[in-house]
Design a protein around this ligand. Structure first.
Ligand code: FE2
Length: 234
């Protein structure tokens, strides 16, 4: 099995550690609790959406992943990051559910109550300005990538193994830690483009959800991930 190194290895453990897993989590995986109340993100994301998204959708990925691993002895004891790194050669049920579990784990920890997430720290702000022109231009490009994803998926800000910032989008529950990703890197921020993330409040208006979502981003957390990914990349 392919092993992750550098920025990718860091990124793989980042979200799992952040939600209180062991350093190298392995099956049986567990649903991490939300780091805030279900209504904490209102009015940007309503409590009902959070309850279903976390308690039903994320739980289903965890359950599905444990079931897929139990069905294949060769996968027992494999850390989540190793499953992701080899997603292209593993059964679809492992790829989809391992991705779903990792993606949602980072998602909950990327957000805070509206207006309390602060700004990118200096190093991240400078890197964003150098790469995208300004924070606003970065947000626009991230939203464009998000609205441009046909069907379900995710939009990401990643640190590539070379230490560069890139915006990328992945289909379904794939992510940039997977060997199948178009752009591989350490995801430091990801937004969920599945309708289950926004449909109750925004219905078909994905662009409105993407635009409103910035009010929730926990920039201290994202800046911390950036610093760690940079030091692992260089
Ligand atoms: Fe989701």
């Amino acid at each position: 099995m392919r092993k992750l190194t550098g920025a990718l290895a860091f990124a793989a453990v980042l979200a799992t550690n952040a939600v209180g897993f062991a350093a190298e989590p392995k099956a049986p995986f567990e649903l991490p609790p939300l780091p805030y109340a279900a209504n904490a993100l209102e009015p940007v994301i309503d409590a009902k959406t959070m309850e279903i998204h976390h308690g039903k959708h994320h739980q289903a990925y965890v359950t599905g992943l444990n079931k897929a691993i139990a069905a294949d002895k060769a996968l027992e004891g494999k850390p989540l990051e190793e499953l992701l790194a080899n997603a292209g050669t593993l059964p679809a049920a492992v790829r989809n559910n391992a991705g779903g579990h990792w993606n949602h784990s980072q998602f909950w920890r990327s957000m805070k109550a509206p207006g309390t997430g602060g700004k990118p720290a200096d190093a991240l702000a400078k890197a964003i300005e150098t790469k995208f022109g300004s924070i606003d231009e970065f947000k626009q490009k991230f939203q464009t990538a998000g609205t441009g994803r046909f069907g379900s998926g995710w939009v990401w800000l990643v640190v590539t193994p070379g230490g560069e910032l890139e915006i990328t989008s992945t289909p379904n529950q794939d992510n940039p830690l997977m060997d199948v990703a178009e752009v591989e890197g350490a995801p430091i921020l990801g937004n969920d483009l599945w309708e289950h993330a926004y449909y109750l409040k925004y219905q078909n208006r994905r662009a409105d959800y993407l635009s409103a979502w910035w009010d929730l981003v926990d920039w201290a957390e994202v800046s911390k991930r950036f610093d760690a990914a940079k030091s692992a990349a260089n």
